[in-house]
Design a protein around this ligand. Structure first.
Ligand code: GTP
Ligand code: PEP
Length: 223
């Protein structure tokens, strides 16, 4: 029998989450995490994916990684995993976005950083609702230097400019900066030990709490 798939709705986002090879991941947490650095990177990415999938505006998460260990864990957290073209972060995101359009041609596409372990689905919903008002939009990170989310309306070119001081780059590229209250968990990226403590204070997902305990950090409150 022919199975007719329902058309994806415009509020049904596909989020692309990039996860680099674990040997190279989270180097700024090397001292704090010691032998648990790769486990911490995987835990943070999987908690991010699980929370994103818990958001009613998200239809699916496409994770882009070339790492087999990360790929298995991310698939276990519910992501649709595609291989990394190994040409850098923005190339990985564009590759994931092509898969997103293949999976849901009528839906909006976003890039979400993989290091948001405190992410709360309801806060992500606010960001996606705001982003849907613009052709191209982004959310700056907690430090207001980088970016945690970049998204486009259906049919608009997906041209992410992540890396380093990407807030300025996204502004120059003409994306609308989202200035929203009540979305701290979507902006709380984790690069340094200080960032990790700030995320733990907000409340992180269960995998990150478990690794935090192993590296001697107080796991803080539950998300
Ligand atoms: N798939 C993919 N993801 C990448 C690549 N480069 C960076 N990322 C991801 O993009 C996000 C930001 O990356 P970085 O800040 O460069 O790296 P990081 O692992 O978070 O931290 P550091 O090693 O401390 O710089 C993280 O989620 C990374 O996993 C890449 O080439 N491919
Ligand atoms: C790559 C970026 O993030 P990070 O702070 O993780 O380097 C970015 O903000 O564009």
């Amino acid at each position: 029998m022919l199975k007719v798939m329902p058309p994806s709705e415009s509020s049904d986002w596909t989020l692309v989450v990039p996860v680099k090879t674990l040997v190279a991941a989270k180097t700024r947490l090397a001292e704090a995490a010691g032998p648990h650095r790769a486990a911490l990177a995987v835990a943070i990415a999987c908690d991010t994916v699980e929370a994103a999938l818990g958001c009613p505006r998200v239809g699916r998460v496409v994770a882009v990684t070339g790492d087999p260990v990360a790929a298995e864990a991310l698939a276990g957290a519910g992501a649709h995993v595609v291989a990394d073209p190994e040409a850098g972060l923005n190339a990985a995101l564009r590759h994931g976005a092509r898969e997103a359009v293949r999976l849901a041609p009528a839906g909006p596409v976003g890039a979400l950083q993989a290091d948001l372990p405190a992410l709360r689905p309801a806060e992500l919903a606010l960001v996606l609702a705001a982003a849907a008002e613009f052709d191209q939009a982004f959310l700056p990170d907690a430090a207001e230097v980088g970016t945690t989310f970049y998204g486009v309306r259906p049919g608009v070119d997906f041209t992410p400019g992540f890396g380093g001081e990407s807030r300025e780059r996204h502004l120059r590229l003409g994306a609308k900066e989202l200035c929203l209250a009540g979305v701290d968990s979507v902006r709380r990226d984790v690069d340094t030990p200080g960032d990790l403590r700030a995320a733990l204070a907000l409340g992180v997902g269960p995998r990150t709490r478990a690794v935090a305990r192993r590296i001697g950090e107080s796991p803080g409150r539950e998300r």
